[in-house]
Design a binder for this molecule. Structure first.
Ligand SMILES: [Zn+2]
Length: 323
């Protein structure tokens, strides 16, 4: 034991001496200018258009190859200029249970498509699924692309959407913009985040000028409020974990939010309740009446809290809840 201690002390001394020595030698050496981080590795990702650069200071960032990207699977698979749904032939079981979507980084930017008063949310409306969100606007207001991408669909339709523009984005998401009065981009056009793509309107099944905005992944819609705060136009997060459960029309962001708030409330109550709880350890000579009196409660309250009868024999050392 003594020897072990000695070894440990020696080790510690050696360590501190070494540290001291290196500090001294640093002090006499000329200070080198701080160099910018050096790339130590490039990692491939699932997307051939995207690599990760690792730097010697432990940081990393994505790099994108625009030429590769435009030929990537996002734009080559299920690319359809004539149908609103492009993924109909995709097997349903090929939907991933969850997918991490990188919305914004040093190379990807975002701009709100349109900010205004929400007049209808994602979910069931008049017993029919409403697969997007409605935002009130004035006819002729400018609508922008949310992320970089390519126009997959740009047509006046005789469907409920009216004039509709669908953009497929580099991140794999598709955004739908319905009830438009004018189209500013054509199919297969490359667009960047913030680029005006259309003017708002009242075409299709619409009872007043508004933008119908949908977010979809592999053809499946999910609540756009999961991505965007339409009151401020801000993106809720830079990296989004899209879960399969979100594709249900009943899966709403606001519900999650309420559920979370309820959970927090319940937890608070629980904490408050447990803070109020008081316990008493039965001593020699104790009886229920005495314990009740000592703890400013009643025998019946003690019986209720502990699930006992007034006639129950109390073992010494038994812990009773008194409050
Ligand atoms: Zn709508």
């Amino acid at each position: 034991m003594k020897r072990l201690f000695a070894v440990a002390t020696l080790f510690a001394l050696t360590y501190f001496c070494a540290a001291g020595q290196s500090a001294d030698s640093l002090a006499v050496q000329p200070i080198e200018p701080v160099a910018s981080p050096i790339v130590v590795d490039t990692l491939a990702t699932e997307s051939p258009a995207l690599s990760v650069l690792l730097f010697n200071d432990g940081t990393w960032r994505y790099v994108q190859n625009r030429t590769t990207e435009q030929d990537s699977l996002v734009y080559n698979r299920y690319w359809d200029n004539d149908n609103i749904s492009a993924y109909n032939s995709m097997p349903k079981d090929s939907l991933p249970s969850s997918v991490a979507i990188n919305l914004v980084d040093s190379l990807k930017s975002y701009r709100y498509p349109y900010v205004g008063r929400i007049t209808s949310r994602y979910g069931i409306r008049h017993r029919r699924p409403h697969n997007g969100i409605d935002i009130a606007l004035k006819v002729g207001d400018t609508i922008c692309a949310a992320f970089d991408g390519r126009v997959r669909f740009s047509k006046a339709t005789d469907t409920g959407y009216g004039t509709l523009i669908i953009i497929r984005h580099d991140n794999g998401l598709e955004t739908y913009h319905g009830h438009l009065s004018a189209r500013l981009v054509e199919e297969n056009d490359r667009v960047v985040a913030g680029q005006p793509i259309a003017l708002g309107g009242n075409s299709g099944r619409s009872t007043g000028p508004h933008l119908h905005f949908e977010t979809r992944y592999l053809g499946q819609s999910f609540d756009p409020e999961r991505l965007i705060n339409f009151r401020t136009g801000e993106l809720r997060r830079d990296h989004f974990l899209l879960k399969k459960g979100y594709f249900s029309i009943y899966s709403k962001y606001s519900q999650d939010f309420n559920a979370e708030a309820e959970r927090n409330e319940a937890e608070k109550k629980e904490t408050a309740l447990s803070a109020e709880k008081r316990y008493y350890k039965v001593r020699s000579g104790d009886y229920l009446g005495l314990i009740a009196k000592r703890n400013h409660t009643t025998v019946s309250a003690l019986c209720r809290l502990n699930g006992i009868k007034s006639t129950t024999t109390l073992q010494i050392g038994r812990v009773l809840r008194v409050k």
